[in-house]
Design a protein around this ligand. Sequence first.
Ligand SMILES: [Zn+2]
Length: 234
Amino acid sequence: MKINTYRTILEQMWQKDKKCFAPDAEFPPLCLRCGKPLNRRLVVNALSRYADVHICEDCGMDEALRDACGQVLPMWEWYALSCGRDMNLHSDGPALTTICGFSHIYDGPQKPFPLNHLEHPASELVYSRSDYDGWRWWTTWHHGSEEPTEPELSEEIDQFTEALLQLPEFKTLDTMNRFCRANAQPTSDRTEFNLYAATEHFYIWLRMITRARDYNLYCHFYLKEPADDVGQME
Ligand SMILES: [Zn+2]
């Protein structure tokens, strides 16, 4: 499984755009960050600090200034993402987004997990809890029932988790922290962030916690209802 992020989607767009330069462009493509035309000389444009793409000179300057004061422009506000260009490019795998397309499950029936008195949505099959100890991730699994999970579903959960932790964004707690500041939904706690995804059978909620010596990542897997699948195909 390949998981897409705003970065990988922008990089796919740039792979197309950069073909206009040979090495100069007669009709330069638009800056993915602000929407103004890039300079027709590729080398005059700037390399983004957040994705392997070229952005215009002004955006290069703006990124540097914002980086210096910690005021990162969220990647979903980049022109190419906010205007919805080519969003179906990432159809080859789930995408991590700040938009929760399944908020209805939190208003529906709830259930307690074994050994845990907190209420979870009734469709929650399992969640993982991981911490980064300075060298690697350690993960424990918490199941919503004593029933064994169907092998097909277990495999999907394993593939998602493995692909997630292999993203360069999850290499260390520092890279995850930087990723959260530009890519994830902030919460009322400035060290906690949300992201959402969907796979064939699951809705997935990621809670990322950037504090050291704490649990740093929770992945909640909610089984989609058959009716939800129909909605997905529209
Ligand atoms: Zn720009």
